[in-house]
Design a protein around this ligand. Structure first.
Ligand code: FES
Length: 176
């Protein structure tokens, strides 16, 4: 399943859902799904833990997509320069779970954030482009994460985890 949202219109957010099988697909992300699905092994292989490849080329700046790996939602954010500059300006020692943005992203690909989208409090699914930090907001108990996926507010004790991944080309990553 793939979900996309965009920061272009913060007061009018679009949530687009696409799934395999019979689920309806809406809007522009319909074009994304073939790019993403065609490169992946079948569902049973993915569920068994196989790596997946994700083509980032269709993901516009300011847009997020959500893919699933090992049954977990993975958020992939194409961050704006403003988002990158802001998260890198935060003093690391001021954070509840101190980590630099550099340690959570790949050199030369700092515009891309890849995190497991499961709140580290009690496991809810945070919403992208919500909250006070232009990052992720967990509606269950109000935890807020910044655009580096680092917890900034609320009961969550830890940052959103970064899954194992690597760039296999400038516009393609392999997760797992
Ligand atoms: S599960 Fe996210 S804040 Fe509690």
């Amino acid at each position: 399943m793939v979900t996309a949202s965009t920061a272009d219109h913060p007061t009018r957010r679009d949530f687009l859902f696409v799934a395999t099988g019979a689920t309806a697909a809406v809007g522009g992300v319909v074009a994304l799904w073939p790019f993403i699905s065609q490169m992946n092994p079948d569902a049973s292989t993915i569920a068994a833990g196989a790596p997946i490849e994700v083509d980032l080329a269709p993901v516009a700046e300011g847009q997020d997509i959500k893919v699933f790996w090992r049954g977990k939602p993975i958020y992939i954010s194409h961050r704006t320069k403003k988002q990158v500059d802001e998260v890198r300006a935060v003093p690391v020692s001021s954070l509840p779970d101190p980590a630099s943005d550099q340690s959570r992203t790949k050199d030369g690909h700092e515009q891309w954030l890849v995190v497991i989208g499961i709140c580290t409090h009690l496991g809810c699914i945070p919403i992208a482009h919500e909250g006070n930090y232009d990052g992720f907001f967990c509606p269950c108990h109000g935890s807020q994460y910044d655009a580096s996926g680092r917890v900034r507010q609320g009961p969550a004790p830890l940052n959103l985890p970064v899954p194992p991944y690597q760039f296999v080309s400038d516009t393609k990553i392999q997760i797992g």
